[in-house]
Write a protein that binds this ligand. Structure first.
Ligand code: URA
Length: 222
């Protein structure tokens, strides 16, 4: 327990005969909540969300996963079929490529970063989430970002980059340099699904990732 609370309880709490009267400062003191608990509370609220029609067709919400204390947060667009089935982000074919970028490219473990999406429910037939759906969902991601407070966000693909940066600029024009979202550095880059069909673009993604690693003082693999 917080030392200040212990001191207040010792010095000022008293027994009325029926009740324990707690010092006002203790009663109004915000409870210390860990990042993990704060994220769990957001997830519980997300599970109740019926704000847009996507929850009617989604099998599972895909909240996000990883280290609540991560320096790097990857943000994609929306769950695909495998993510919808498992409730986990980036675990299908695009996810395998993202995991390779993190583990083979950056030399980290997937669990060292945090991975989430703009939309938490799968849009039918893998269509892009509609702006109204994004507008209903984005508050949950904002809360996740506020809790995790990463040093860098890597925005994967057009939808993630345009949503976070509130712009209609193309991903090609946004990638390669740092932008800012609520005081956090954002590096937009191509989405792993796009890389599956355009492998030549992997080189540009690697440039973007190296920028991030350099900014964070990470050692670049030889
Ligand atoms: N594509 C995304 O944008 N997010 C996922 O979780 C999976 C595929």
């Amino acid at each position: 327990m917080n030392g200040r609370i212990v001191q207040l309880l010792r010095e000022e709490a008293r027994w009325s005969g029926r009740f324990l009267i707690l010092p006002r400062e203790v009663v109004s003191m915000p409870k210390e909540v860990s990042k993990k608990e704060a994220l769990e509370e957001i997830r519980e609220r997300l599970e109740q969300c019926r704000c847009c029609p996507l929850c009617e067709t989604a099998r599972n919400i895909v909240f996000g996963e990883g280290d609540p204390d991560a320096d790097i947060m990857f943000i994609g667009e929306a769950p695909g079929a495998v993510e919808d089935k498992t409730g986990r982000p980036f675990v299908g074919p695009a996810g395998r490529l993202l995991t390779d970028i993190i583990e083979k490219g950056m030399g980290l473990k997937r669990g060292d970063v945090y991975i989430a999406n703009i939309a938490k429910c799968r849009p039918p037939e893998n269509r892009d989430p509609f702006p109204e759906e994004i507008a209903q969902c984005i508050g949950f991601l904002q809360e996740q970002i506020d809790v995790i407070s990463p040093r860098v966000i890597i925005a994967l693909g057009r939808i993630a980059a345009q949503t976070l940066l509130d712009t209609e600029a193309s991903i090609s024009s946004l990638r390669g340099k740092f932008h800012e979202y609520r005081g956090i550095k954002v590096m937009p880059t191509f989405h792993p699904s796009y890389l599956i069909h355009n492998p030549a673009k992997k080189r540009e993604v690697w440039e973007d990732i190296k920028h991030v690693m350099k900014h964070l003082g990470m050692t670049l693999p030889g």
